[in-house]
Design a protein around this ligand. Structure first.
Ligand code: COA
Length: 187
């Protein structure tokens, strides 16, 4: 097909346009900029069958802003907030890791339902690991990677993390919504 065929061009153009995500660190923003980001977070939503896997995005961001060990981020693509995630130090056992200190905990990770299925989850998970590496370099915390737990009934989460390079390290039976996989990626 010729290059100017409109049908052919839609998909590749979209993929190129979405080739990057940025993690906006909410704790580093001034009050006005943070309020704008939180306004976008308040609009984010998930499908009904996904709400077992993660909390309400705005609530999670507000909690993370209050806790010293947590760094909350808005995931931005093409200048728009499309999701959220939090990195936390000293809490890796919450994902079934054997100790708290040797890995960052990635928690509260989601992509707004309108933006799912376009590769943004994979890009954001990779970006989270790179951001965690930089935080360790800056703070000297001694972490060697990032760990998370993902529900075994969550195929999108399992696939997105695996595609981002996270390795399945076994089963974790903590939490309230059923068995989880422990997934880890070294820096
Ligand atoms: C998990 C989540 C962040 C993935 O984000 P996303 O932007 O939709 O993911 P991507 O588009 O990067 O997709 C990554 C891979 O997942 C796979 N995938 C996506 N949805 C899927 C589904 N419903 N079933 C099976 N695989 C799926 C695709 O195969 C895709 O790989 P591909 O590019 O080869 O097709 C998103 O689905 C989400 O926010 N879910 C609800 C909250 C949640 O579960 N968070 C994780 C808690 S640990």
């Amino acid at each position: 097909m010729p290059d100017d065929d409109p049908e052919l061009n839609v998909f590749p153009r979209d993929r190129t346009a979405l080739a990057s995500v940025w993690l906006i660190p909410l704790k580093m923003l001034d009050d006005d900029a943070r309020a704008i980001q939180l306004g976008a977070v308040a609009e984010m939503a998930l499908a009904a069958d996904q709400t077992d896997f993660v909390g309400d995005p705005l609530r999670m961001m507000l909690i993370s802003l209050e806790e010293e060990s947590r760094s909350p981020y808005v995931i931005e693509a093409n200048g728009e907030g499309v999701g959220v995630l939090t990195l936390q130090w000293g809490a890796a056992r919450l994902a079934g890791w054997p100790d708290d200190e040797s890995a960052w905990l990635l928690r509260g990770f989601l992509i707004d339902s309108k933006s799912q299925g376009r590769g943004l989850g994979v890009l954001a998970a990779k970006a989270a690991v790179e951001e965690a590496r930089k935080l360790t370099a800056r703070q000297g915390g001694g972490q060697a990677g990032v760990v998370l737990s993902v529900n075994e009934r969550n195929p999108a989460g399992l696939a997105a993390y695996a595609k981002a390079g996270f390795v399945d390290c076994g089963r974790y039976l903590g939490g309230n919504s059923g068995p989880q996989r422990i997934m880890y990626k070294a820096f």
